[in-house]
Design a protein around this ligand. Structure first.
Ligand code: HEM
Ligand code: HEM
Length: 123
């Protein structure tokens, strides 16, 4: 797996979606979904692009199990978090969905822990 390319390409896809939300808010004047927009752009585009660039710049980070674990934990955690936040804040689903958030947040956090360990050991 080319972890650097995957992070950067997927980050770009999040940016497209994030900009779409921003344009919708700007056009409609309804800013209810601002936190969804913010975190699609930040957790999706910004972080993933930073990670992708770092894995490209420091190849020693990219090879091991910590990098693979980081990639998948971030992808799965961020996706569940962002889709869940959208469904909740748009009123599509009720508060019952709240149970998924700690799980998704822990996945993102565990991924970041792998990242920090990897950087500490190999950067
Ligand atoms: C065409 C592109 C974009 C448009 C039209 C747009 C539009 C908006 C709008 C209308 C808001 C709500 C403001 C409010 O309610 O106070 C907002 C909030 C925000 N946007 Fe964007 N945005 C765009 C791109 C971006 C990008 C690329 C990022 C980050 C990489 C970003 C980060 C944020 C953040 C962090 C907030 C929340 C600010 C806060 O709550 O104080 N936006 N944006
Ligand atoms: C698991 C990861 C994260 C969780 C659970 C989380 C949670 C939150 C929460 C609960 C808020 C308050 C929203 C509100 O008052 O409406 C917030 C705001 C914010 N977060 Fe995060 N966050 C996460 C990751 C990040 C990351 C990685 C960044 C930046 C790279 C970031 C940047 C921001 C900013 C700029 C705001 C203020 C904008 C707003 O109110 O919409 N967050 N976050």
């Amino acid at each position: 797996m080319n972890i650097s390319r995957n992070f950067i390409v997927i980050g770009g896809l999040y940016l497209l979606v994030g900009i779409f939300f921003g344009m919708y808010m700007g056009g409609s004047g309804d800013h209810t979904l601002a936190p969804v927009h913010a975190h699609i752009n930040l957790l999706g585009f910004t972080l993933m692009t930073v990670f992708g660039l770092a894995y490209r710049l420091i190849p020693a980070l990219a090879g091991g199990v910590l990098a693979t674990a980081h990639f998948w934990l971030h992808q799965i955690g961020a996706f569940i978090l962002l889709v869940g936040l959208f469904l909740l804040m748009s009123g599509t689903v009720g508060e019952g969905i709240g149970i998924i958030f700690p799980v998704a947040e822990l996945a993102v956090l565990a991924g970041i822990l792998c990242w920090v360990l990897n950087v500490y050991k190999n950067a």
